[in-house]
Design a protein around this ligand. Structure first.
Ligand SMILES: Cc1cc2nc3c(=O)[nH]c(=O)nc-3n(C[C@H](O)[C@H](O)[C@H](O)COP(=O)(O)OP(=O)(O)OC[C@H]3O[C@@H](n4cnc5c(N)ncnc54)[C@H](O)[C@@H]3O)c2cc1C
Length: 324
């Protein structure tokens, strides 16, 4: 890459070891190798934190910051952290994951650093000094390749569907950076509310069983939950089912919900609107149960069953309980 050094900054705003962090680090590592540059990963906290040590296995260097702003004003805290590091590193590309905070700060970072930005990258490759990003357009009906012509290219990626990083020997160094002259903090995080949930996060699940408006009410979601328990799956939902208050909004899959990429996605009584498809199109296998043979979901699945869910879910759960 010509503009800036060939450094790739990977910004790990969520300090967790999961499939998203593995995919994000893998993308940064691969890109840095392809451009012959250095892979520098930004992590919140102290230099001796467990997460910084974990990340150092996959990075040329890890840069940490323990400013209180990262917790109390996450957007501005992270903007200041990345801006301070960018001043020192002059990166050609900055990569973030597909969590809410990363999505929020991606365009703001590009504006502040006079670069370019895009989100929802399925694939990234370098080309003649710039990044070329592949992403879905028109509600998932087409795929576009977009060149980001001014560096740094700030991109959030569909991290869960990216190949994980491989361990490097020796591990990267870990050093701290201060935010220097930070810009004004204008927002304060007042409160957080954690939804009660069992098992792994929806974004990390290998099997997801989602229900839609066609279930007719909240009760059938109990059957989906019982089936999920038998096959160690997580439950998701369409926006219609969440908006009706049948299940929490944290279950929503789609354009304005979670982006998931499990091995198996089972859509029960979900029509398959493009906004829903955008959240689960990266699933390895998709199965659908719907009474309408013309439901759009059947165009997006490998296994389709035209049937009333009532005739399938409970018998399937009973049979699987017997077998497993
Ligand atoms: C800006 C914007 C963002 C959006 N973001 C999202 C998003 O993130 N996620 C999302 O999901 N939606 C999103 N939507 C809404 C989306 O357009 C659809 O309205 C929504 O996905 C429909 O949900 P559904 O498939 O559950 O309901 P419906 O479209 O009502 O489909 C219900 C399906 O159930 C089937 N059915 C009925 N009875 C049975 C039965 N007994 N057995 C089996 N099948 C049955 C029907 O044939 C039908 O296909 C968004 C919309 C907009 C405008």
């Amino acid at each position: 890459m010509s503009e800036g050094k060939s450094t790739v900054l990977t910004v790990a705003v969520v300090a967790e070891q999961n499939s998203a962090s593995a995919g994000l680090l893998g993308t940064g590592q691969r890109l840095a190798n392809e451009v012959g540059g250095q892979h520098v990963v930004l992590v919140a906290g102290a230099t001796d934190s467990e997460f910084a040590n974990y990340v150092s296995q996959f990075a040329g260097r890890v840069v940490t910051n323990d400013s209180a702003d990262l917790g109390s004003s996450p957007s501005e805290g992270w903007l200041n952290f990345v801006a301070a590091t960018s001043k020192a590193e002059d990166p050609a590309a900055i990569l973030l994951a597909n969590d809410t905070l990363s999505q929020e700060i991606t365009p703001r970072l590009a504006h502040r650093l006079d670069g370019s930005s895009i989100g929802d990258a399925h694939a990234i490759k370098p080309s003649e000094g710039h990044l070329v990003v592949t992403r879905s357009v028109y509600g998932g009906k087409a795929v576009a390749e977009i060149e980001l012509t001014s560096n740094p290219a700030v991109v959030w990626v569909r991290a869960q569907s990216m190949d994980p990083a491989s361990v490097q020997e020796p591990s990267g160094s870990i050093e701290a950076i201060s935010n220097g002259e930070s810009s004004e903090i204008r927002t304060q995080l007042k409160d957080t509310h954690a939804e009660e949930s069992e098992g792994e996060k929806l974004e990390d699940a290998q099997i997801i069983i989602s229900g839609g408006r066609g279930l007719g009410g909240p009760e059938p979601f109990e059957d989906l939950a019982a089936l999920a328990k038998v096959i160690k799956a997580q439950n998701g939902a369409s926006r219609a089912a969440c908006d009706l208050g049948w299940v929490p909004h944290s279950w929503q899959v789609g354009q304005t919900g979670k982006k998931v990429a499990p091995q198996l996605y089972l859509a029960v009584a979900i029509s398959g609107a493009s906004q829903h498809i955008m959240g689960m199109a990266d699933s390895k296998n998709v199965a659908a149960i719907n009474t309408d043979p013309d439901a759009p979901i059947f165009k997006h699945c490998q296994f389709g069953l035209v049937e009333d869910y009532k005739n399938v879910i409970r018998p399937l759960k009973d049979k699987l309980t017997e077998i497993l």
